[in-house]
Design a protein around this ligand. Structure first.
Ligand code: PGA
Length: 260
């Protein structure tokens, strides 16, 4: 199994635990993944677990054993100093991380994170050697007024503008319509594919040659084992960012294997 989709891009599946999970649950989750990986069926797939910050060092060893890499749900853009409550990219790397989420809608809309902050986070994470899953997506009112592509384009161009030569192996775009996150109402495969195609066109316009074709664009928003196959097998959909359904290792694995 190559793990690559029709366009030759390696499938990427992220488990975003948000503010859920304990050390014991994490270790047992990783044991399940390790057992499932024993037959080689996960080889060729990029699997990333994004647990809460406090679990990163606890899960680092188990993640290595399971062949899954760790990511953080957020990062701060300064290197160190008087920023109470924040965590830098270097600290995340020390804790065993190789990826980070940037611009998740819960951070943008619940914590008031601006496009400028997201852009600085992306630049700092990349400069420090982390991979970035950049999350973009419109709210329901924006889709209802027909401006969803403008909203997504604005988020993309502001977040990526600081990068000189973006490396497609270290930047993944997650399209997550806000109205589909945690609501049980996923975008239809056609809606997801249309927006992913649009995002790839925008990337062709705003990034240097070759980046757009190689960059993975993954879908997030109420993905579960029942709908994953129909979504990730659509053109331009290169994997999934999974919240609620990722808390169970077996359902996460079913989603990760969908479409390959
Ligand atoms: P959900 O969350 O799968 O629970 O909708 C997805 C996300 O927020 O990344």
């Amino acid at each position: 199994m190559s793990g690559a989709g029709a366009a030759g891009r390696r499938r990427f599946t992220g488990a975003n635990w948000k503010m859920n999970g304990s050390g014991i649950e994490g270790i047992s989750w990783l044991e399940t993944v390790q057992a499932a990986a024993a037959d080689g069926s996960l080889a060729g797939l990029d699997l990333v677990l994004f647990p809460p910050f406090t679990l990163l060092p606890v899960l680092a060893e188990g993640a290595r054993g399971a062949g899954i890499v760790l990511g953080a749900q957020d990062v701060y853009y300064e290197k160190k100093g008087a920023f109470t409550g924040e965590v830098s990219a270097a600290m995340l790397i020390e804790a065993g991380c190789s990826w980070v989420l940037a611009g998740h809608s819960e951070r943008r809309h619940l914590m008031g994170e601006s496009d400028e902050m997201v852009s600085r986070k992306v630049a700092s994470a990349i400069e420090s050697g982390l991979g970035v899953v950049l999350c973009v997506g419109e709210r329901l009112a924006e889709r209802d007024s027909g401006i969803e592509t403008e909203v997504v384009d604005g988020m993309l161009s502001k977040a990526l503008e600081g990068l000189q030569n973006p490396d497609p192996s270290r930047i993944v775009i997650a399209y997550e319509p806000v109205w589909a996150i945690g609501t049980g109402r996923n975008a239809s495969p056609e809606q997801a594919s249309a927006m992913h195609g649009h995002i790839r066109d925008t990337l062709r316009r705003i990034t240097p040659g070759g980046f757009a074709e190689a960059c993975r664009i993954i879908y997030g928003g109420s993905v579960n084992p029942g709908n994953a196959q129909s979504i990730v097998s659509m053109p331009d959909v290169d994997g999934a960012l999974v919240g609620g359904a990722s808390l169970e290792a077996l359902s996460f694995l079913q989603i990760a294997r969908a479409g390959v």
